[in-house]
Ligand binder design. Structure first.
Ligand SMILES: Cc1cc2nc3c(=O)[nH]c(=O)nc-3n(C[C@H](O)[C@H](O)[C@H](O)COP(=O)(O)OP(=O)(O)OC[C@H]3O[C@@H](n4cnc5c(N)ncnc54)[C@H](O)[C@@H]3O)c2cc1C
Length: 518
């Protein structure tokens, strides 16, 4: 994946694309894979890096959503449970079974949540990941030895799935290329082309070269998450605002706060939120919050009250109380919730997806969640093909193995996250002495992964490597800053950039990563 070559080809390409998709998060990438795998000529454009937005900042769960069951939204849960099963089948190297413990401190919680979770099991049917069951106090503490034992009556265990969000996004980019599609990062859409009031393409600005040009397409899909309204306003300045961003914050703690394989799920905190504490890449992720935010941003920042809320609640359920200095990283993401009727209470706004076709033919897909990205994409391509007058072609993504597909992850060790690409990484590590060794003692990432990210995953900056190709920024922001110089040196050799590029990259990364520290 040579970005420079791709951009040159794009500028010279006289043909019209069938699909132009704006936005390289879960929704846009899913739509691009859906279109390309049906044989449509597909181009995806991302203004920053793939998954820079919300799609690298999730709780990392592929789930039916127990809490939507409580809200009575059975259809949404059913759809998500089905997609959970499909994603596990199509990306087994990234999607794992995860056990969750609901601790019961009040007498009524055991039967109440026990019944709810049995319904959840039933809805999953054959795609279930294991039955839920009641646990005694002793059994509960065996699963989570650091759970607060005082007043604990017992618990309920149930199963959902967990994944690595930005790694899945990168695998979707690779799947797009595997199906003759094209995806380019750092390519911002700045305007829409029109003829007779119909959208016929996009104006883009290459963020690396400050260069503008135009691209023609039969249909343009707006999959820009929290930025949805900015593209709809390019189409028609009178379009109403439909997105109400809602911020969710996570803190990351050392595994000693919650050893073992199981996660904790608290169905209802003081303010009615669900709280998760989930093991992920040998750390614990605690989240999340639900705070309405006025303006969309690519680098949202956690508010003090949100961090206090997470620290206080983690302390309530864990024997060892986390202090601010224990937080290895804090990250915030913005949910692209679609507000109907101007509601500001974001916890009550629908998590379902919204598909809009404007009179200009602009197709907008937004809302939803990572878990349901494939179904959102299928619906979008069905509609968009009609809008564009393209011949009808059936979806085949239910059974489409994603790039990296590998059933036996042990074969990929120590590069399990890369699935079938692990062999290529091992070769890079073997061919260069030292490239298979971790760059930093606190994190597993090696020079081989940095080089691979540049050569095969279109990484362009130190941030791309440390935040999304590897997860160093989220797992330990301080250690990731200490890795930046080595990563910049390796990348500069691959990209053939100079000393000034290196210096600037390290400085920019350090400034960014400092925002992930308390
Ligand atoms: C805190 C939190 C926790 C979550 N946890 C989960 C979870 O555990 N499981 C789950 O299933 N879901 C979860 N979600 C939901 C899920 O993460 C989102 O629904 C999903 O990532 C949204 O993807 P998207 O592609 O619509 O948006 P984004 O990922 O934001 O992608 C939109 C992209 O469009 C690009 N863009 C914008 N304007 C332009 C332009 N002019 N030109 C080119 N590109 C442009 C942006 O740079 C961005 O990369 C969570 C969300 C949050 C916030």
């Amino acid at each position: 994946m040579d970005r420079n070559k791709l951009v040159d080809q794009l500028k010279e390409d006289p043909d019209i694309w069938d699909f132009i998709i704006i936005g390289g998060g879960a929704t846009g990438l899913g739509t691009a894979v859906e279109a390309a795998s049906r044989g449509y000529r597909t181009l995806l454009l991302e203004q920053h890096d793939f998954a820079k937005g919300t799609s690298s900042r999730s709780t990392k769960l592929v789930h039916g959503g127990v809490r939507y069951l409580r809200q009575g939204n059975v259809a949404l849960v059913l759809e998500a449970l089905r997609e959970r099963g499909l994603l596990r089948k199509n990306a087994p190297h990234l999607v794992k079974n995860q056990s969750f413990i609901v601790p019961n401190y009040d007498w009524w919680e055991g039967p109440f949540y026990g019944i709810g979770l049995k319904i959840y099991d039933k809805l999953a049917g054959d795609l279930g990941l294991g039955p839920s069951k009641h646990l005694s106090k002793e059994e509960t503490l065996k699963y989570i030895p650091t759970l607060e034992p005082e007043d604990l009556n017992g618990g309920v265990i149930y199963h959902d799935a967990q994944f690595d969000d930005s790694r899945l996004a990168i695998n979707l980019v690779q799947t797009l290329f595997d199906h003759d599609g094209v995806g380019i990062n750092y390519m911002k859409v700045t305007g829409l082309l029109k003829a007779n009031d119909l959208v016929t393409g996009v104006k883009v600005e290459d963020q690396e070269e400050d260069h503008e040009f135009e691209i023609q397409g039969r249909v343009v899909v707006n999959a820009t998450g929290i930025f949805t309204d900015s593209i709809r306003k390019m189409d028609n300045p009178d379009n109403n605002r439909i997105i109400q961003p809602s911020q969710g914050v996570h803190i990351v703690l050392d595994k000693s706060f919650q050893p073992g394989e199981s996660a904790i799920m608290v169905p209802k905190t003081d303010d009615g939120r669900v709280l998760f504490a989930v093991p992920w890449h040998n750390r614990i992720i605690v989240g999340t919050t639900d705070t309405p935010i006025d303006e969309p941003s690519l680098e949202p920042r956690a508010q003090e009250e949100e961090i206090n809320f997470l620290l206080t609640h983690a302390a309530r359920y864990l024997t060892k109380d986390p202090e601010p200095e224990d937080v290895l990283s804090v990250f915030a993401g913005l949910r692209p919730l679609v507000s109907r009727g101007g509601s500001k209470d974001t916890s009550s706004i629908s998590r379902d997806h919204t598909l809009l076709i404007d009179p200009s033919g602009l197709v907008t897909i937004t809302g939803g969640k990572w878990t349901t990205y494939r179904k959102m994409a299928e619906d979008t391509v069905d509609e968009a093909a009609l809008v564009a007058g393209l011949d009808e072609r059936k979806s085949n993504t239910e059974n489409l193995r994603l790039h990296g597909w590998l059933k036996n992850s042990e074969a990929a060790e120590p590069f399990e996250m890369y699935g079938s690409d692990a062999l290529s990484l091992k070769k890079i590590a073997q061919d260069h002495p030292g490239w298979g060794e971790p760059i930093h003692p606190n994190l597993p990432y090696t020079p081989a992964e940095v080089v691979w990210a540049v050569r095969s995953e279109m990484a362009r900056t130190v941030e791309d490597v440390l935040a999304r190709r590897t997860r160093a920024l989220l797992l330990d922001a301080r250690a990731s800053i200490e890795m930046a110089e080595t990563v910049a040196t390796l990348m500069a050799d691959e990209l053939q950039t100079g000393e000034e590029w290196k210096r600037q990259q390290v400085q920019e990364y350090t400034e960014l990563a400092n925002g992930y520290l308390l």
